[in-house]
Write a protein that binds this ligand. Structure first.
Ligand code: PMP
Length: 397
């Protein structure tokens, strides 16, 4: 499959146009994805649950095709893919759904879950919520690269540990957890393994069946599909994983996730998955080249710049850097031409400092001097070079 020659609006190449460097926050919808979705807003608007007429059958067929495309990307069977509204829902569903099932079967049994302290907030907060419901939760510290240490994990396991949940590729620093080793430990100890693979699916090759992952969350809008659609993979064999629904209602998704399906979104996620599957190897290679050039030029132009995360085990599209002594929130007005993400953000009057950067040992000051630069399908060498120049100028003023 060829990558689309069409460039999404908003990623213009003109010299004076802003440069999007926030592909980890969200990706533009690939024009091929958009074209695939369009008919499902227009003539093929049916509800897949309408089994009595052709509008319903057409929608149902489209969802079936997308389920196959999404399953193929991760090495799963189509019946193991359950569409959700995104990775936030999938993460919450995995945790609360499993807890509800365990409690249903044995209401008095003590329950222990293990996660890490560099997870996305949808895991951190869901885990904090189950903790309030009486589950014992360990948030494991990570090493200075942001990776779960196998020895730390082994030591944390208890006789009543039921679930481990670890982010596969970190959204802020790009560190890639050793998921194969983690899965082996989970299997040896008969503990369910969930992974938040929102930044991993479509970026690194994976086969969840072979790897031994039990539950996996991912999202459409990080793989050049639309927002508002994602999926939870639920293993069907060796072992068959059973979780309770989070959403009750019409019984869609084989009774496990009620609500009329977002057909255009699902079609888009399916198409996005197919494009990723076919272009991933080449694209990763290209992005790695751009990322390395970016880092090389940054070091050349900005003395003292530091790289956060693992130098080796990391995503091909991302640089998280610290510009010592330059508060990035204060630089933002001078970085209007760059779409970047900072290590701390001012929310409702309070500054929220990245828990991930803190967890890998950065001081609050250094977190406030950090930037995440994430590249993607429409990033170019020219953009990288211009971005370095803009960054350098912003520091000189
Ligand atoms: N997990 C990770 C690692 C993410 O990067 C994100 C998106 N920022 C999410 C979960 C949430 O995904 P969604 O927007 O699909 O709910």
């Amino acid at each position: 499959m060829e990558l689309s020659s069409e460039r999404p609006m908003g990623t213009s190449l003109q010299n004076d146009k802003p440069i999007y460097l926030d592909y980890n926050a969200t990706t533009p919808v690939d024009p091929q994805v958009f074209h695939a979705m369009e008919p499902y807003f227009k003539e093929f608007f049916g509800n897949p649950a309408s089994a009595a007429h052709q509008w319903g059958w057409i929608a149902e067929n489209a969802v079936t095709k997308a389920r196959g495309q999404v399953a193929a990307l991760i090495g799963a069977k189509p019946m193991e893919i359950f569409f959700t509204s995104g990775a936030t829902e999938a993460n919450n569903w995995a945790i609360f759904g499993l807890l509800s099932k365990i409690r249903e079967e044995n209401p008095t049994e003590p329950i222990h879950f293990i996660t890490s302290n560099v997870e996305h907030s949808s895991i951190m907060k869901a885990m904090a919520a189950v903790e309030k419901m009486g589950v014992e939760v360990d948030f494991l510290p990570v090493n200075s690269f942001g990776l779960v240490e196998i020895e730390t994990l082994r030591k944390a396991i208890k006789p009543h540990t039921k679930l481990m949940s670890f982010i596969w590729v970190n959204n802020e620093i790009g560190s890639i957890n050793p998921m194969g080793e983690i899965a082996k430990i989970a299997k040896e100890n008969k503990i369910y393994l969930h992974t938040d693979a929102t930044q991993a699916a479509g970026k690194i090759p994976m086969n969840v069946t072979e790897l031994g992952i039990d539950l996996m969350s991912f999202s459409g809008h990080k793989i050049y599909g639309p927002k508002g659609v994602g999926a939870l993979y639920i293993r069907s064999k060796d072992p068959k994983v059973q979780i309770n629904p989070l959403l009750h209602g019409g019984g869609q998704e084989r009774g496990l996730r009620s609500g009329s399906l977002n057909v255009p979104g699902i079609v888009g996620m399916g198409m996005a998955a197919e494009i990723c599957q076919k272009t991933m190897t080449e694209e990763c290679h290209r992005l790695q080249g751009l990322r390395d050039l970016f880092w090389e030029k940054l070091q050349e132009k900005i003395p003292g710049v530091r790289l956060n995360g693992s130098p080796t085990e990391r995503a091909s599209n991302l640089l998280n850097i610290t510009l010592p002594n330059y508060k990035t929130e204060a630089l933002l007005p001078r970085l209007q031409k760059l779409g970047v993400s900072t290590g701390s953000a001012c929310g409702t009057g309070a500054t929220v400092v990245s828990h991930v950067l803190r967890a890998i040992g950065l001081s609050v000051d250094d977190v406030q001097c950090s930037l995440r630069l994430s590249l993607g399908r429409w990033s170019t060498e020219d953009e990288v070079l211009r971005a370095v120049a803009i960054l350098k100028n912003s520091l000189q003023r």
